[in-house]
Design a binder for this molecule. Structure first.
Ligand SMILES: [Zn+2]
Length: 204
């Protein structure tokens, strides 16, 4: 078993002294710019891939970066969105799917999660995304599903009254990303084409 407390001791010795003043400043309150909704997958590290510092990202992680619609959302997800939008007033919400997502693999192949009833039930809440996963090639089908799930969760976010209101008032922008942990690249959903492509400089 990995010695995580040993890791904490090394953090306290090495990283924390460099961050001490940052955390002292953050003790007065947090003002994260973004709510980042991504998968619990250990290969996806929101702070690392966005080059953010502590205090800059408010994060929801769950299996498959699933939001659900407002009337059916998980209470923890709904509460965290409500807090991020109404209290922290984040200016952007990013739904970030990722390559080789096991949760999306489970949605594509229910046999793979047949011994995991709660996982099956959870990923099935995103089954609407399956209609866009049409390729005959399994890897391509999974990639299509990962993208379709990001689009679906962005639509689900708009069913939250506080999100829709802030978007309409132009206080909030919703963004869809897919991160490939093998290459470190991110593809961004274009609102014009509804397709994913490498980011252009003006997308921020
Ligand atoms: Zn995943």
């Amino acid at each position: 078993m990995r010695d995580l407390l040993g890791g904490v001791a090394r953090f306290q010795q090495k990283a924390f002294p460099r961050l001490r003043s940052r955390f002292e400043q953050l003790a007065r309150g947090q003002q994260p710019d973004a709510l980042f909704i991504t998968c619990s997958d250990s290969r996806v590290d929101p702070t690392l891939i966005t080059n953010c510092r502590p205090g800059e990202l408010f994060v929801i992680s769950n299996a498959g970066n699933i939001v659900g619609s407002h009337d059916q959302a998980d209470l923890g997800v709904a509460a965290t969105i409500e807090y991020a939008v109404k209290e922290l007033e984040v200016s952007q919400i990013i739904v970030c799917g990722h390559s080789r997502c096991g949760a999306m693999g489970g949605l594509l192949d229910p046999q793979a999660t047949s011994s995991l009833p709660r996982v099956s039930e959870w990923v099935a809440t995103a089954k609407e995304a399956l209609v866009d996963a049409t390729s005959n090639i399994p890897n391509d089908r999974l990639a299509q599903l990962i993208q379709a799930n990001v689009r679906l969760q962005l639509r689900n976010l708009m069913t939250f009254p506080e999100v829709a209101e802030a978007v309409e008032a132009r206080r909030l922008v919703l963004k869809g990303w897919v991160y490939d942990f093998v290459t470190g690249s991110v593809e961004v959903l274009s609102t014009d084409t509804n397709k994913f492509a490498p980011p252009t400089s003006h997308q921020g």
